[in-house]
Structure formats: structure tokens, C-alpha cells
Design a protein around this ligand. Sequence first.
Ligand SMILES: N[C@@H](CCC(=O)N[C@@H](CS)C(=O)NCC(=O)O)C(=O)O
Length: 209
Amino acid sequence: MLELYAFATPNSVKIPIALEELGIAYQLKPINVRRGEQKDQSFLTLNPNGKVPVLFDPDGPDGKPLTLSESAAILIYLAEKTGRLLPVTGAMRARVFEQLFFHASGLGPAFGQAGFFKRNDEKLPLAINRFETEARRVLSVLDGVLARSFYVAGDELTIADIAHFGWLWRREFAGIDFIEAPNVARWYEAMEQRPAVGKAIARLNGVTG
Ligand SMILES: N[C@@H](CCC(=O)N[C@@H](CS)C(=O)NCC(=O)O)C(=O)O
């Protein structure tokens, strides 16, 4: 069975959502990032970068075990393993990668830094303003994307929606709301109502909350 090392965090939640959507059985292995378990030597052998999530597939490519970090890479791996949630060719596949990279290099880091500087004991106005402005800006970019299509890469759910859901689920950490992003709000509600999303969040909160 697949093993998922995770905590109730924005990047972790993407993977149980994908696994539930794909109907793949998995065992959750909680890594408590509040206690710093992601920096334990035993975990660093799985991911030298010391961050969750990490997926272990005992039956990986060529029948060999595979340990994989980076949530976007794990999402692509699962989509390619099952042939679902990622079109094999065409413009929509290109859009999925566009959104995955936009999430990993744009929205995710902006939300993460906005939350970090907002909550830091030392208040640095320049940093707080810089990252909150950037988080709101990328959210408005996503809102424009969702004004044109129901899901972020087109008319169907893909791994790009699951990627974006992670940080939008934890938007309060970044001090962000959907008041000026009505299309994101509509999409988020639709995502939240998917049985797989509810099940994944409940499972993750159940072991790590
Ligand atoms: N680019 C990585 C980021 C992973 C990441 O930042 N994970 C956070 C939780 S959401 C973490 O483990 N933080 C603890 C730390 O950085 O020490 C991914 O997408 O998987």
C-alpha cells in the first residue's frame, strides 16, 4: 500500500485529495511539523529537504519502490500512474502544467511568506506589505482564470485544481479571503463539496489535526 508522510498543511492536503479522487488506498504517516519532526534524521532520509508531503510507493515504475517529495511532482506521478486528472496531450495538458508551476512558484510561496511575516513576532512592515500585496495579486490572477473556465485548466477537474486547493484551504494563515475573488469563491465551494475532498481533509485532520 502507498504511504503518505503528511501533516494538516497546505502542501500535504493535496496528496490525500488526489488519492481519494483516484480511489487509491493509502496509509497516512503523520509528521508533526509543529514539533519539527520533518527535520528528524529518519525523515531526512526520505526527503533531504525536510518538508512534507512525501509519498512512498512500494510498487513504483518498473516494479521498484519509489520515494517522492514535492507536492506537484507527486500529483503528476499519481496522474501518470493512473492515467487520470492530467490530459495525455493537447492544450489542456499545457494549461495544467501552467497552473501547477504558477501554484508552485507564485501562489504557494506568496501565501506562505504572507503568513510567515504576518505572524512573526518581529513585525517588518515592508515584508508584510510586500507579501500580502503579492498574495492578493496572484489570487486576482487566479480569479481571472476562473472567470473563463469552471476548473483552473478547463472544464474538467485536474491535478492543477488540487494543487491550488491546498493553499486556498489554508488561506486564513496568509490573512487572505475571497471577498475580491468571486470566481475563486465559486470554484472553492465546488471543490469543497466533492466527496473526495471532504474525505481527504477528514482523514488528514483525524491523524494530524
Ligand atoms: N515545494 C514543497 C513545499 C513543501 C512545504 O513547504 N511543506 C511545508 C508544509 S506545507 C513544511 O514541511 N514545512 C516545514 C518546514 O519547512 O520545516 C511542496 O510543494 O511539497
